[in-house]
Design a protein around this ligand. Structure first.
Ligand code: PLP
Length: 218
């Protein structure tokens, strides 16, 4: 077993039953993704459209590709034909453009609405109050299926703070899930997924705990 495969096994063993693992493979080469694939992993998360498209071309076709990063609308056309789920939908323009490009390729694209729950200014997403106003308009997009919500907690060691952020999001999720037909709450990364699973995570997005630290080349 390779290092990645044993890390994957460890992560899997720590997941609550029914929680889906999205293996976040951004910046990592195809050879390393294939190690995870050979161990049975089928859901991969990337945060750059072009990188995801290139990997999708060079990897087995039964992989489900999750776009977890900030969406630039001019890149949507490159992922519309194959993306499984877009987690970071954070503004109306992304909804409109996703719907338009999904229609062109005759698909319905799964999406998650990104909610801003962290204290940092830099994280994207609607506030819960803003989202209340967005929900009624969603039915206008025939080629999008909104499956639920995505959120990122503050980057802090304060577990109470993280719990509060996930808890608030889970409250909003459960209040609307039945009416909106939502089944997906994508919260939790390597550092906080155990907390996220206490607050209803159905999908966790885990990168460094599987693939090791990322190295960014300029
Ligand atoms: C990179 C990234 C992750 C994974 O982060 P790790 O800390 O490496 O697990 C999860 N979600 C989003 C949106 C990311 O950009």
């Amino acid at each position: 077993m390779t290092q990645i495969q044993s890390a994957l096994t460890t992560v899997h063993a720590s997941l609550k039953e029914g929680v889906q693992l999205v293996a976040v493979s951004k910046t990592k080469p195809v050879e390393l993704l294939l190690e995870a694939y050979e161990a049975g992993q089928r859901d991969f998360g990337e945060n750059k459209v072009q990188e995801m498209a290139l990997k999708a071309e060079n990897m087995p076709k039964d992989i489900r590709w999750h776009m977890i990063g900030h969406v630039q609308t001019n890149k949507i056309k490159y992922m519309a034909p194959f993306v499984h789920m877009v987690h970071g939908v954070d503004r109306e323009k992304v909804l409109r453009e996703l719907d338009k490009h999904a229609k062109k390729v005759d698909r319905v694209i799964n999406c998650l609405l990104q909610v801003h729950i962290a204290q940092e200014e830099t994280k994207f997403g609607w506030s819960i109050a803003e989202l209340e106003e967005v929900l009624p308009g969603l039915t206008a997009f025939a080629n999008i299926k909104v499956c639920g919500l995505m959120g990122m907690a503050s980057n802090t060691d304060d577990k109470d703070q993280i719990s509060k952020e996930f808890s608030d999001l889970n409250d909003f999720f459960t209040a609307h899930a039945t009416k909106q037909d939502w089944d997906t709450l994508s919260i939790g990364m390597s550092g906080d997924y155990t907390v996220a699973m206490e607050y209803g995570a159905t999908h966790v997005r885990i990168g460094s705990a599987i693939f090791g630290a990322r190295t960014y080349t300029p």
